[in-house]
Every structure is written in structure tokens, then in C-alpha cells.
Design a protein around this ligand. Structure first.
Ligand code: ADP
Length: 304
């Protein structure tokens, strides 16, 4: 069955070191990464659309051109006159990556300011995807708008998918962060947390505790990712299942492991795979992604 997935969030300009005094420009962001892998793995009769707000400057134009070139739909993206995208710089020191951000005035912070536009975009999709980073960049009133629309989409029978992706630096207050992540989960039908984040911020002692906490919030389906430890699926009332990761000889760059898992997992479910089959496929895709540099690797490199 054909359909549309709408991924909502912030794509930023990425600058990374490219030799003496030179910087390489790219575009990335967790929800865009997931859209990229969804596009690569969903059947071609599905459209994969991105939803954000950008400016009307040349960098915003290039960003949308990059998405269009990847087959990711941009027609619903808001354009805000006079604004520009957020930007981050990756610096390498002794092999460790450090990130500096310029995103306080990014256009994407306004993505939920037009509730009617957001609702129309959501109504056009069967699967809606957003993350804790999407919520973390928004002002409190915009969080309320986005979550109200997500709850509305869930109530109308859509699949609403949420990756908590907890990033404390985006939030001014820890209690508000945790409460808003919980509200994001409550508005969703499927939550895809990473255990290491959940353990640090919610104090979960094991994967079972993460599952129990989200189930207690009323989330129907929970998939906990645990790096090389694989994933644990708690789908509806079926028994909890563990699916191992795919062993990798040499991890090159774990950027986008979770995002690529999410996009390919959803693709496999859309093709009619069982949750366990989808998790095995997601693990195969993520294990390929972490053997290459960068967030977005060529779709040609991915397992079918
Ligand atoms: P996130 O990037 O969101 O923190 P994880 O680190 O849990 O997510 O990774 C997501 C998925 O990527 C895992 O479920 C697993 O399939 C795969 N993965 C991550 N790290 C490794 C690894 N070292 N070896 C094999 N697979 C991995």
C-alpha cells in the first residue's frame, strides 16, 4: 500500500574540517537523517516528506535542493522571509569530535508557528515522525501546538513515531525536558528510545525499565535501541522480543546509527514485515552506516 511518511524537525548546515583552513559544508539533522534512510528503504510508491521551516537565503535554497535531489519531498516546508538555517561546526581534537552550534535564531524554531499549515501537512501523511530534538528547539507554545497536532493525528488513526533523542543542551530546565519527552511519547503510537540516553536522564536500570516506563505512559509499541546490545521490542500485547545487532569488525563513525535504524525499521514494517523482521533489517542497515564516515551514506551501500 502506497503512502506518505512526514518527518518533522530541524536540518542544519554542517561544517566539518577539510584540511588546513578549509571547511566542508553539508546538511544534517536527526529527523532529516531518518528521512534519508526512509527514502532509501521504503518502497518507491511511498513519498517521504520533510517538514521544517527555512529562510529565503541561498543556504536555505541549497538545503532544499539537496533534499529534492535525494527524493525527499520539500513542498510542505515553511519559508520565512529574512531567516536563515541553524549551523554547527565539528572540530576534531585528539580524535574526539566537538560540536559548536549557532542555532538560536534558526528558522526551524518556527516550524510549528502556523498550526493550520502543520495540521494540513500531517493530514497528508499516514506515518508522522518527530523527535526530542524537534521538541527541544521549540518555544513552549510551539511545543504545545506540535503535540496537540500529534495527538490529533494519533486519534485519527495515524502512526505517530517518536524518538526521544534526549539532548540536555537544548533544554533550559531538566524537569521540563523530561515532562515534554513524556508528553511526546504519550502523543505517539510507537516510541524508539536509545537505552543509554534513557538510563542517564530517566535513571532506568535496564532495558525492561525503559519499556515499563513508556508502557505506563500508554505507549502501545516500544522499541529500545541499545547499541551493539541490539534492540528489544514490546509491540502491543505480544511477548517482548530481543533482536541482536549485526556484528561489526571495525566501527568507523556511529553518527546516525539510531536515525538509520529508525528509517529502515519503519520501511520494513511498511513493506509488511513483522516487528522482529523489521528490527533485523534495521540492525543490518545501521551496522552498514557505522562502517562509513558521516551521517548520510549512499543508498547503494545499504542492504536490500
Ligand atoms: P543511537 O544512535 O540512537 O544512540 P544506538 O547506539 O542504540 O542508537 O544504535 C542504533 C542501532 O545501531 C542499534 O540498535 C544497532 O542495531 C546498531 N549499532 C549501534 N552501534 C553498534 C555497534 N557497535 N555494532 C553493531 N551495531 C550497532
Amino acid at each position: 500500500m502506497a503512502g506518505r511518511l512526514l518527518s518533522i524537525g530541524e536540518c542544519m548546515v554542517e561544517l566539518s574540517q577539510a584540511g588546513e583552513g578549509l571547511l566542508r559544508k553539508g546538511f544534517a539533522g536527526d529527523t532529516l537523517n531518518t528521512a534519508w534512510y526512509a527514502r532509501a528503504c521504503f518502497p518507491s510508491d511511498w513519498s517521504i516528506d520533510y517538514f521544517t521551516a527555512v529562510g529565503d537565503d541561498p543556504m536555505s535554497n541549497e538545503m532544499l535542493a539537496m533534499m529534492d535531489g535525494a527524493g525527499i519531498g520539500t513542498s510542505q516546508i515553511l519559508r520565512i522571509a529574512g531567516k536563515t538555517p541553524g549551523l554547527y561546526l565539528i572540530t576534531l581534537k585528539d580524535g574526539e569530535r566537538t560540536f559548536s552550534y549557532w542555532r538560536d535564531t534558526a528558522a526551524a524554531k518556527k516550524l510549528a508557528d502556523d498550526a493550520d499549515h502543520l495540521r494540513a501537512a500531517m493530514e497528508s501523511a499516514q506515518i508522522i515522525y518527530f523527535s526530542g530534538i524537534t521538541l527541544g528547539i521549540l518555544a513552549p507554545e510551539a511545543v504545545d501546538t506540535l503535540l496537540a497536532e500529534a495527538r490529533r493525528a494519533k486519534a485519527s488513526g495515524k502512526t505517530v513515531v517518536f524518538d526521544p533523542n534526549i539532548r540536555p543542551r537544548l533544554w533550559s530546565n531538566k524537569n521540563y525536558m523530561l515532562k515534554t519527552i513524556e508528553d511526546g511519547a504519550r502523543a505517539s503510537t510507537l516510541v524508539l528510545p536509545s537505552f543509554d540516553d534513557e538510563a542517564v536522564h530517566f535513571g532506568d536500570k535496564d532495558v525492561a525499565a525503559t519499556i515499563a516506563r513508556y508502557k505506563a505512559l500508554g505507549v502501545e509499541n516500544v522499541v529500545v535501541k541499545d547499541g551493539p546490545g541490539g534492540v528489544t521490542l514490546a509491540f502491543g500485547s505480544t511477548p517482548v522480543v530481543h533482536v541482536p545487532s549485526v556484528k561489526v569488525d571495525k566501527v568507523v563513525d556511529t553518527t546516525s546509527a539510531g536515525d538509520s535504524f529508525n528509517g529502515s525499521f519503519l520501511a520494513s514494517l511498511a513493506k509488511g514485515g513483522t516487528p522482529s523482521e523489521a528490527a533485523a533489517y534495521g540492525a543490518a542497515v545501521a551496522s552498514t552506516v557505522i562502517c562509513h564516515h558521516g551521517a548520510l551514506i549512499s543508498p547503494n551501500l545499504l542492504p536490500k
